[in-house]
Design a protein around this ligand. Structure first.
Ligand code: V47
Length: 366
C-alpha cells in the first residue's frame, strides 16, 4: 500500500495532516523538499489536487506579446533583457502590437499575456495606449499584463502611486496580472541575482494593492539556481500569508531556471525530479491557492503531462511567440495546438478543460 510506503518514508504525520485537510508547516515543507521520495510526495500532492480540482486539467488558448526586451534591471538569471544599445534589443510600436493582435483574429484566442523589460525610456502613456489599442483590435480579449515589477515601474513613471496607476491601467483594459517578477523573495538572492529589481516586499505590495482593487493575479517562483530550500519555503510562506489576507491569487507557477545565455550559464538545468517536487510541494503547502500550473514551455510537454498527477491542474496554453524561455535555451517549443494540448491531458488520464483567464469554463473535452 502506498500509505505504508509514505509512513516508511517518514511522512506519516504529514500524510495525516493532508488527509485531514490541515495546513502544513514550513518545517513540513522543508522536510518534503529534502526528500527524494517523489512518489510519496506526489501521492500526497495528488490527494490535494483531486480534492480541489477533481480530474480536471485546465488550459487556455492564449497569445504572448513581449513588447520590448530593453531592460534597465538586467538580472543575472535572465537572457531576455538587453541594454538599449545591444544589437538584439527591440521595442514594438503600438502599430506593431496592433498588427500582432490583428494577425490572429481568426483564432479563438481569449487571453493575451503582455510582458516586457523595465524600459528606461518608454513613457507611461505608451502602456495605456498599448492596452487601449489591444482592446480596440479585439474588444473581448482578456489582457493579462505587466508583472508586479513593471507595475511598480509604471507607478513611478506616472507619479500617481500604485492604487491610482492600477485604476488607470484597469480603465485602459488591464484584466489581470501575471505572476512574473517574484523570483525568490529573499533579499540575499535578490542582491546576488537581481540587485536593481523591485524588492520582494515591493512585489507583494503590488499584488496586495491589485487584489484590493478586485484584480486577480498569479504568482511564480524561479527555482533551480542558487536558492536554498529554506529560501524557497520562505517564498511560499509569504505568498500563502498574503493569500490569506486577500484571496486574490489564482495560480502558482514554479519556473525552472534555464541558464543558457545568462550570466549564470555555469549552472545546470533542474532535473525532472526537482521540477516535479517543486510542483508537488507547492500544491501541498499553498493550500489556499486554487491552481498550480505546470508551465509546459519551461518543463516540456512530457513532464507537464506527468505533473498532472503530482499536484498540477493546469498546463498554461498555446502560448506562441513566448521569448523569455526561448532566449534562455528552452527546448520545449513555442506553440502547442489546441488538439495537442487536449491529447496530452487526455493521455495523462485527466479531463481537458479549456478555460478563460479567470478559470471560467469554455469547453470540457470529455
Ligand atoms: O519573472 C526569467 C522568469 C518570468 C528566466 O502568470 C526565467 O501565468 C527561467 O512569470 N529561466 C516571466 N525563468 C514569465 C512568467 C510567467 C510565465 C508563464 C505564465 C505566467 C502566469 C507567468 O520568467 C520572470 C522570471 O522569473 N525568467 N529568466 C530563465 N532564464
Amino acid at each position: 500500500m502506498i500509505t505504508e510506503e509514505i509512513k516508511r518514508a517518514g511522512f506519516g504525520d504529514i500524510l495525516a495532516r493532508v488527509e485531514a485537510g490541515e495546513r502544513l508547516s514550513t518545517d513540513d515543507a522543508v522536510r518534503l523538499y529534502e526528500s527524494t521520495d517523489i512518489l510519496a510526495i506526489g501521492y500526497m500532492a495528488n490527494l490535494v489536487r483531486e480534492r480541489l480540482n477533481g480530474d480536471r486539467a485546465y488550459f487556455i488558448y492564449n497569445q504572448h506579446i513581449n513588447y520590448s526586451n530593453i531592460c534597465s534591471n538586467l538580472c543575472k538569471f535572465c537572457a531576455f533583457g538587453k541594454p538599449a544599445e545591444d544589437e538584439q534589443a527591440y521595442e514594438m510600436s503600438i502599430g506593431e502590437i496592433r498588427e500582432k493582435i490583428r494577425e490572429r483574429l481568426d483564432e479563438p484566442i481569449v487571453e493575451v499575456h503582455v510582458v516586457g523589460g523595465i524600459h528606461p525610456e518608454l513613457p507611461y502613456s505608451y502602456y495605456l495606449e498599448m492596452l487601449r489599442a489591444i482592446k480596440e483590435e479585439r474588444p473581448e480579449i482578456h489582457i493579462q499584463g505587466f508583472t508586479g515589477v513593471e507595475i511598480a515601474h509604471l507607478a513611478e513613471l506616472s507619479g500617481k502611486g500604485l492604487k491610482k496607476t492600477l485604476e488607470e491601467l484597469i480603465e485602459a483594459g488591464l484584466g489581470s496580472i501575471p505572476g512574473g517578477g517574484a523570483e525568490v523573495f529573499s533579499q540575499r538572492i535578490r542582491e546576488i541575482t537581481c540587485e536593481k529589481k523591485l524588492s520582494g516586499e515591493g512585489w507583494l505590495e503590488v499584488a496586495r494593492t491589485a487584489h484590493k482593487l478586485g484584480l486577480k493575479s498569479n504568482a511564480t517562483m524561479l527555482y533551480g539556481h542558487i536558492e536554498t530550500i529554506e529560501e524557497r519555503v520562505d517564498h511560499l510562506a509569504r505568498l500563502r500569508e498574503l493569500q490569506d489576507e486577500t484571496g486574490g491569487f489564482m495560480t502558482f507557477i514554479p519556473l525552472a531556471f534555464h541558464p543558457r545565455n545568462t550570466e549564470m550559464h555555469d549552472l545546470s538545468r533542474s532535473t525532472g525530479i526537482e521540477d516535479l517536487k517543486n510542483i508537488a510541494v507547492a500544491r501541498l503547502f499553498l493550500d489556499n491557492f486554487p491552481h498550480i500550473k505546470a508551465y509546459w514551455i519551461m518543463i516540456g510537454a512530457k513532464l507537464a503531462q506527468v505533473a498532472l498527477s503530482f499536484g498540477a491542474d493546469d498546463v498554461d496554453g498555446t502560448a506562441s511567440e513566448e521569448k523569455i524561455t526561448q532566449m534562455a535555451g528552452g527546448e520545449a517549443g513555442q506553440f502547442l495546438a489546441r488538439n495537442e494540448l487536449v491529447r496530452i491531458i487526455k493521455d495523462a488520464g485527466r479531463v481537458p478543460v479549456e478555460r478563460d483567464t479567470l478559470y471560467n469554463v469554455i469547453r470540457e473535452y470529455v
